[in-house]
Design a protein around this ligand. Structure first.
Ligand SMILES: [Zn+2]
Length: 213
């Protein structure tokens, strides 16, 4: 698996393009503003075919360009608990001033926690990690020891919980039970900022400490 990363949009949101170099197929995780153009460039340059767009959650900065992908026939996947944010125009404009002009998108398939997916021939486990918002999910690839985690946790920090549907105790429980239970060596790719590892966050994250195994 080869991974291309780009930080895009007003909130400096990470978008990840995963590709299987043998099959020439690719998927995208999160679609900030400008991601459609960037992804299109990479697909053309690397001669890849896009299969799907996975949203870690429904906040505007992670799905601004999602409608563009769907208009091109790319199926969009997300968790049902963020349905209002994703599918209803103006739902986030009430609390994200920047989201007023966001175009909603229809989700093609709702992800279930624990659902065993196969993405680009790789097994992938979906874990529900609410707290930053109701529908944040992570995508864990056990063979790669790698997870795309959205805004649940960042290198040295955690997602904000002051937005509608945010809750500190839920976030803490999500991180302890769904993220700190991954292998210490597992790499975490957050929605903002650099990547990190589970073991590093357990010892160095000032917000939520975990016991290392
Ligand atoms: Zn968010």
């Amino acid at each position: 698996m080869k991974i291309f990363t780009r930080e895009l949009g007003i909130a400096a949101t990470n978008t990840f393009l995963f590709c299987n170099e043998e099959t020439g197929k690719a998927v995208v995780f999160d679609a900030p503003e400008g991601s459609f153009e960037w992804v299109s460039e990479v697909l053309e340059r690397e001669e890849l075919t896009l299969q799907a767009l996975y949203l870690t959650h429904g906040h505007y900065d992670h799905m601004w360009d999602a409608w563009k992908f769907r208009e091109e026939g790319i199926p969009v996947y997300a968790h049902r608990d963020d349905r209002v944010f994703i599918e209803q125009a103006g739902a986030q404009g009430k609390f994200f001033r920047n989201a007023v002009a966001m175009k909603p998108v229809q989700v093609d398939s709702w992800l279930e926690a624990g659902e065993p997916l196969v993405i680009l021939e790789e097994p992938c486990e979906v874990r529900h990690v609410p707290g930053h918002c109701p529908g944040n999910v992570l995508f864990y690839f056990p063979n790669l020891e790698l997870a795309v985690v959205g805004d649940a946790i960042f290198a040295g920090s955690v997602g904000r919980v002051d937005l509608p549907g945010g809750d500190w105790s839920i976030l803490e429980n999500s991180i302890r039970t769904q993220i700190y239970t991954l292998p210490d060596s597992a790499e975490l790719l957050p929605g903002h900022g650099p990547s990190t590892r589970v073991g590093r966050e357990k010892t160095a994250n000032m917000f939520i400490r975990g016991s290392t195994s």
